[in-house]
Design a protein around this ligand. Structure first.
Ligand code: SF4
Length: 249
């Protein structure tokens, strides 16, 4: 298993990757028009549920499923206590509703238990804003089914606006091809490694811009199949791009 522990901050390779991450930030933010508007201002509990629905689902489909869930059940307590089959039906717009319905109900039950009473409504997660980010993420990730992408999305995309960086499949692919992370580092471990390359005092807007810029680049240029390296603004510093454009050199 590749290590997810960031390299020491004074390691030469780490310093080079830090510089490359900042260069990618500058060029890709300019290319795609940062600063980007936040697309959501949900409360953190709603954002957590929304993030769970978005796993391996198109944004439009998970958005429809979230809207249908809210229209069917007025409160999160109602979702938690409903027959699972009814929740599953409300989630029919997204992938794997039969898995996501019981998982979401269990997450809501777990949050209620942590609030002190499993019969009370799940508590607001606004209190996470008062905690250091690492602690807030650890609190979320200790809930079964919540990984680093979901915890970061909950803290950054919700109205909490905390500088925690999610890494989706596009962001991950671009980072890997540029050499910001090794070729065998998976999406989960990539979160800590990529966050460690960014200045620790960055605001939520800067972290959001970085994530969005790399994600857009994966969607609009660094495609999974046949990346458009010839027109890529990162070509001169990208090992995969150089090998693609100048094979054998
Ligand atoms: S040069 Fe090619 S592989 Fe590298 S980031 Fe650009 S599109 Fe992706």
């Amino acid at each position: 298993m590749p290590s997810s522990r960031p390299a020491p901050a004074d390691a030469p390779d780490f310093v080079a990757r830090q510089a490359l991450a900042l260069l990618a930030h500058q060029r890709l933010c300019a290319e795609y028009g940062a600063p980007f508007l936040f697309f959501s201002d949900k409360d953190p509990l709603s954002e957590l549920i929304s993030a769970l629905l978005s796993h391996r689902t198109k944004n439009a489909d998970s958005h429809r499923a979230f809207q249908q869930l809210r229209a069917t059940f007025p409160t999160w307590e109602d979702v938690r206590d409903a027959p699972t089959i009814d929740v599953q039906r409300a989630l029919s717009a997204c992938t794997w509703p039969e898995q996501k319905a019981p998982r979401i109900q269990e997450v809501l039950r777990e949050i209620s238990r942590r609030c002190g009473d499993e019969n009370l409504p799940p508590c607001s997660l606004d209190f996470l804003a008062e905690r250091p980010i690492a602690e807030a993420r650890a609190w979320l990730e200790s809930i079964s089914g919540v990984g680093p992408k979901t915890s970061a999305a909950t803290l950054l995309f919700s109205k909490l606006r905390l500088p925690a960086m999610p890494v989706d499949s596009h962001h991950h692919r671009v980072a890997q091809r540029l050499g910001l992370i090794g070729p065998k580092v998976g999406e989960g471990p990539a979160h800590a490694l990529l966050a460690a390359l960014l200045p620790p005092d960055w605001t939520a807007q800067q972290v959001y811009d970085h994530h969005e810029a790399l994600m857009y680049h994966g969607q609009k240029c660094c495609y999974y199949h046949r990346p458009a390296c010839q027109r890529c603004v990162m070509l001169d510093v990208c090992p995969v791009g150089q090998a693609t454009v100048h094979p054998g050199s």
